[in-house]
Design a protein around this ligand. Structure first.
Ligand SMILES: NC(=O)c1ccc[n+]([C@@H]2O[C@H](COP(=O)([O-])OP(=O)(O)OC[C@H]3O[C@@H](n4cnc5c(N)ncnc54)[C@H](OP(=O)(O)O)[C@@H]3O)[C@@H](O)[C@H]2O)c1
Length: 343
């Protein structure tokens, strides 16, 4: 493969207030660097877009530092190795690494994970077999602990996390109730993903529909979104229910929180029903990654679980795709195809 001479990359140009806009990002061209000892030079094939990226644009204390202004936007990617100065990784290999929104990247060979292109489609390394998959698997099984006959509720049900939460809940004998935006997503969740029911959170009578779909209450609420869904879930929580708090995407662009304060109702429900609420970040469960990939890889090969991707072509389309993802315009795991798998 001829070595590229120019790298296109997208940097954080401004910190957004509320929803990001085109001005939040800037496309730049830079020279392609030389790999030093122990490094690999990578050509990005699939860039993952994920809701957490919105949080990295804020200059606020969080579980990791924000992206600096002018720095490349963070992101996981599957790439082809162009050059290697690291033993055990060779040109032509595929790897997964947090190389960000750019066409070419340098990485430490020790920090990348080799991906076998024969084992599963390459893009799954940042989806169902990657970070969002592990999030669903570990958050549900380690914190949610679904039992046969119990009711598990998850929103963003057709996204990479929610779709796997629902399917794993079913495998463990629970009832899976999904929440998604719009009739098409709900139909997909019921027909293709096997949810027992899926409710549209935009319906005016959403809270009543959710209650009707959970006649025995809720035993596991896998919290992906916050907002109105959380508010509607709280009165349905059963004694000793579990709430893995994974994400709060309904609030990621929020600049204010109007309306009555739901905290008293939430805290009362937690106290009186002895609800276990535990926030987690996927890295807390890095030790489960091998077991996760073995289990979910097998379920995929056996056709026991399915996944859906929303593929966007071209790095320059990443900003609009992330803005759309935060609005719920995506349908499945968002991956940007930055370049073809083989040149
Ligand atoms: N803790 C961790 O380590 C970790 C790791 C990965 C992901 N997460 C979190 O997991 C959640 C799901 O991530 P994902 O990658 O699977 O995302 P995703 O489903 O691909 O995309 C986010 C979805 O959120 C839904 N949404 C947006 N605004 C909403 C609102 N106001 N009310 C209800 N739903 C809304 C939309 O789906 P609908 O159109 O269906 O509403 C949108 O498609 C996110 O909160 C993310 O931050 C956490």
């Amino acid at each position: 493969m001829t070595r590229p001479t120019v790298n296109k990359r997208i940097v954080l140009a401004a910190r957004p207030t509320g929803e990001p806009t085109a001005d939040t990002f800037r496309l730049e061209e830079t020279p392609v660097p030389e790999p030093g000892a122990g490094e690999v030079l990578l050509r990005t094939v699939y860039l993952s877009l994920d809701p957490y990226m919105r949080g990295r644009m804020n200059d606020k204390k969080s579980y990791v530092p924000p992206v600096e202004l002018g720095a490349v936007m963070v992101g996981g990617a599957v790439s082809e190795v162009i050059e290697s100065r690291y033993d055990g990784i060779a040109p032509g290999d595929y790897v997964e690494a947090p190389t960000g929104w750019q066409e070419v990247a340098l990485a430490s060979g020790a920090a990348v994970r080799k991906v076998d292109p024969a084992a599963a489609p390459l893009s799954t390394a940042v989806g169902v077999l990657g970070m969002p998959g592990l999030t669903a698997y570990a958050g549900l099984l380690e914190i949610g602990k679904p039992q046969p006959g119990e009711t598990v509720v998850v929103a963003a049900a057709t996204g990479p996390v929610g779709s796997l939460v629902g399917q794993i809940a079913k495998r463990f004998g629970a009832r899976a109730v999904g929440v998604a935006g719009g009739a098409e997503k709900c139909a997909f969740a019921e027909r293709e993903l096997g949810f027992d029911a899926c409710l549209d959170h935009r319906a005016p009578d959403f809270a009543e529909r959710l209650a009707a779909a959970c006649p025995a209450g809720i035993d596991v609420y896998f919290e992906n979104v916050g907002g109105l869904v959380l508010e509607s879930v709280v009165p349905l929580l059963n004694p000793f229910s579990r709430m893995p708090v994974c994400g709060l995407v309904a609030w990621y662009n929020a600049t204010s929180f109007p309306g009555p304060d739901g905290t008293p109702a939430l805290m009362r429900a937690i106290l009186s029903n002895r609800v276990t609420v535990r926030g987690f970040i996927v890295v807390d469960f890095a030790h489960l990654a091998e077991r996760f990939r073995a289990d979910v890889g097998r379920w995929l090969r056996d056709g026991e679980i399915v996944y859906r991707e929303d593929v966007v072509d071209g790095l320059e389309r990443a900003p609009a795709a992330l803005i759309g993802l935060l609005r719920g315009e995506n349908f499945g795991k968002v991956v940007v195809r930055v370049a073809p798998e083989r040149l």
